[in-house]
Write a protein that binds this ligand. Sequence first.
Ligand code: C2E
Ligand code: MG
Ligand code: MG
Length: 627
Amino acid sequence: MNYSFIVPSMLVLIVIMGYYFFRPRLPIRLNRAFLAILVIDICTEIFECVSMRLNETWVEHDPLLLWIFNTLFFIFAFIRPYMFFVFTVSVLDARVLIRSKLHVLAPIAYVPCVAIALTTALTHWLFWIDGGFHAGPLYWILYSCECDYAIFAIIAVLRHWRELSRHEIISLLAIQAMLIAGTLARFLLPNFVVMNMFCLMAIIVIFISFLNPDLFLSERGYVYNLPAFQALLAECHRRRRPCRVLGFTIQNYNEHREIFGGKQMDAALIGINRYLNETFPQMSSFYLRSGCYAVVGQNKPDLSALQQEISARFAQPWSTGAGELRLSVSFVEADTELMDCPSDRLVNTLMISLDELTRVSEPDTHRNLTDSIEEINQKLDIRKCLEKALDNDELEVFLQPLVDCLTGKRVAAEALVRLRNEDGKLIRPDLFISMAEQEGYIVRLGEQVLAKVCRFIRDHDMEALGVKWINVNLSPVQFMSQDIPERFSAILKEYGVDQEMVHLEITEQSMIDFSLLRDQITGLHENGFQFSLDDYGSGYSNLSRVRQYPFTNIKIDMDVVRSYCKQKDVLLPALIQGFKQMNLSITAEGIETEEMAGAMKDIACDYLQGYYFSRPVPMDEFVKMSA
Ligand code: C2E
Ligand code: MG
Ligand code: MG
């Protein structure tokens, strides 16, 4: 027998095991499967070595010893390929919930093999001992068992290749190729104990590609990282194993980092990581990013006690080597049992909540993620409604009158979009306009509103309604498409509406400095559209900036109006005089009382808008109102 392959491979295996055992391991199935491979592989190698040696020197030993060690070797040699297969299934399991028949049927291959090994002393099917070791008629099942599982694994990988990354597919197939090559080598070179070397190669591939503990550890040590957090929560969700999460964030982390420098902050973070690791060894601690942490427990830990403990520690300073750093934290807690939502949504919501909390001024603020999840679910519902309304042209447009200060009569209207949920209740625009902007629906939304306004103008006698124009709100995102002047003009043309009938509103806050916005507004203005600057006073525009745009009307924000009416000063009247000198007309928004209307009239506003005159109403009601 030639042992020159098995001895070095055992030594390398011991190095990998040592490295693996002494680093923190995430409690996920992948890790448990790998651990099982390591243990079973080393046992197989030991029993193989011992039984080979005993078989060689059989004269010196009791035959019972040969029976026992050979049987043990065969049992482990049958289980080892099964464990490699289980590992492949665990990788697939982390991507897709595989309910493959292969998975269920898999033990069928090794269970009878083990049974044959256990009964071979009676049957002599696998081997028998009689003046040394003799292979039995079923000795070939050793090769077959090894090959079967490699083939099962290849089939499973190929069936689910879409869910795997290229790197994962290559690694998993390489592992199977090595195992098959090992079986072939065992068959062709029975005197060289080479199979173990091929198993070792497969183990190294697994270790490098999937389970190097460093892949899951924070770069500052002691605690796990974000991918580890995602993997653990995904597994808990998949296996319906509830867990509790306490997230916390260092308040004003980025500002602290800027002030105290990266080196000092890193030293403090290392201290925090070590504290978490040492204080809560029964839980898993994670450094997510930018001063955000999560501590996860699977045995229903008392999160408020945990929070108190962490708060108390943060009341003390953290050593940074060069000095001490005082940091405060805020907390978010989550119980996956109560939330029952996909793990990626939970991770996202937790990160958003932590990001928000990092800026709150009160330390030790506490939030429950269940509330935020409801908010996110509500947003998703709104998005569904919005998509449906856009697809079926079901958005509603309400009109709110603008009143002429001189005559006290309605002179124009503002079009305000409305969305209804499935129960027929109205959803406020501030809940869906910014979503429509962020998720790319706003262009369609804006064009549908404009089309509805144009249809209204075409179908009604505007003069009889006392309406000289209708204001339509525009989002700055709509200006991103180059051809907006042509598209707007085309919509007006389709309904035969004159440009003078439609005024466009753009909010002061959205007037970020980008030249495309100015060019587009100028382009539309040249096409005959008039522009109003909406919500003036809520942003930071100064007069010279306003002058760069071709506005014809300024709408004073309702908060500015309200605060002026509460306490009169000289500022707003002076501002209005300034605008007037620039030939701009003035509209006051949010007029709710007669006094407010009077006050705005006194400082020479031209138009008034607000609940005092009318709330925004559906178009048909708007028509009836004038009658
Ligand atoms: P906005 O353009 O400043 O519209 C005025 C908002 O003030 C409207 O809210 C209106 O209902 C409300 N309002 C009017 N009078 C009073 C009052 O006396 N008191 C109070 N408290 N509020 C009053 P609404 O309809 O909820 O719209 C909110 C914002 O959504 C609008 O602010 C506008 O920026 C945006 N929006 C509405 N429709 C559209 C649209 O079709 N496209 C775009 N891009 N944005 C729209
Ligand atoms: Mg407006
Ligand atoms: Mg406004």
